[in-house]
Write a protein that binds this ligand. Structure first.
Ligand code: P6P
Length: 333
């Protein structure tokens, strides 16, 4: 069985950056995700890692202890591998600059945007949660200080995007623009092995995922699409599945065939999800898996970011389902 490192080395042809630096990036991501895997899997046993940290994070959300643990784990692992020059995290108001080690010839030129632990409100009820990561080359010259522009790049400029889902097993899913591939952690070895090569949305359109509790707050177009999903016609009704964890819902929908929707609502006119470290990486994966991702109208990967933590309405899934939703949205404008 291929390990993640072996798979990367055997698929270097299309990757236009340094393989050594890509392996360093993966080394950081694997190190932190294994530490989080360990804590998530014993969360129910040790009260000290469960529940709220008592801190309200920059999102105004109640930070869970594991959110903070995951944030620190990634910062530390990226610092130690000397390949990243800057990190933007959901848990940190401003971006974090990482100075390269002088004695090391590798010049840190990668920018990472990360949601260290998405869906963390599910920790205490044992529902799958995940890390979402997005990687770019810096735009500013190596010798200059990082600027916010290094982080506000269009999603189509990503060189690496992926997630780790901490569920019945821990799976790292990524794309560098040459398909989507999944690797399952063997905890006894601490090694990620190729388990889901070339992930693609199946032809069957089966599932729709949206928080229907917000139905009264949705736009007419979204409400009409929900009714479309529920009517008995052609290959419908679809199955409703929504676990309140983007990584969990996305992973299931990519494998089984389904659309994920977090639209704007009357109370959240920009939607809830963050463009830079949730929607862009998931949109990159969705397109690489033969699907589509938009804000209900515009391609996510073409959107010019304006702020580090900006929110955006988000829909992703099989091309046919996303296009049908966009049609309803357009007809109700
Ligand atoms: P709601 C988790 O907080 C998250 O960011 C996503 O992982 C998830 O899909 C969504 O929010 C759930 O939000 O408002 O439906 O509870």
């Amino acid at each position: 069985m291929y390990t993640l490192g072996e798979f990367v080395i055997n698929n270097i042809d299309h990757f236009s950056y340094s393989i050594e630096e890509l392996l360093r990036l993966f080394s950081s991501i694997k190190l932190a995700s294994k530490a989080i895997h360990k804590e998530v899997n014993k969360a129910g046993l040790t009260k000290k890692i469960m529940g709220s940290s008592g801190i309200t994070n920059i999102q105004g959300e109640n930070q869970q202890k594991l959110d903070d643990f995951a944030h620190r784990a990634f910062i530390q692992s990226f610092k130690s591998r000397n390949v990243v020059c800057g990190i933007a995290s959901e848990e940190s108001k401003d971006f974090i600059v990482i100075k390269g080690k002088k004695e090391n010839p590798i010049r840190n030129q990668y920018i990472v945007l990360i949601d260290p632990l998405d869906g963390s409100s599910n920790i205490d009820v044992n529902v799958s949660i995940g890390t979402i990561f997005s990687v770019y080359m810096r735009k500013s010259p190596i010798k200059m200080n990082l600027t916010i522009e290094d982080f506000l790049q269009k999603g189509k400029k990503q060189i690496l995007a992926g997630y780790i889902i901490y569920g019945s097993s821990t799976i790292l899913v990524y794309s560098t623009g040459n398909g989507v591939h999944g690797f399952t952690l063997d905890p006894s070895f601490g090694t990620f092995y190729l388990s889901h090569p070339n992930l693609c949305f199946p032809k069957t359109e089966k599932i729709y995922s949206i928080n229907e509790g917000n139905y009264a707050k949705f736009s007419e177009g979204i409400r009409k699409f929900i009714k479309y999903c529920q009517e008995k016609k052609e290959n419908r009704p679809y199955t409703a599945r929504y676990i309140g964890s983007l990584v969990g819902d996305f992973h299931r929908n990519m494998i089984q065939g389904g659309i994920y929707i977090y639209p704007k609502t009357a109370s959240s006119p920009e939607g809830k999800l963050r463009l830079l470290y949730e929607c862009n990486p998931m949109a990159f994966l969705a397109e690489q898996a033969g699907g589509k991702a938009s804000d209900g109208k515009n391609r996510i990967l073409d959107i010019v970011p304006k702020k580090l933590h900006q929110r955006i309405p988000f829909v992703c899934g099989p091309i046919g389902m996303v296009s049908k939703l966009e049609e309803f949205m357009e007809n109700c404008e």
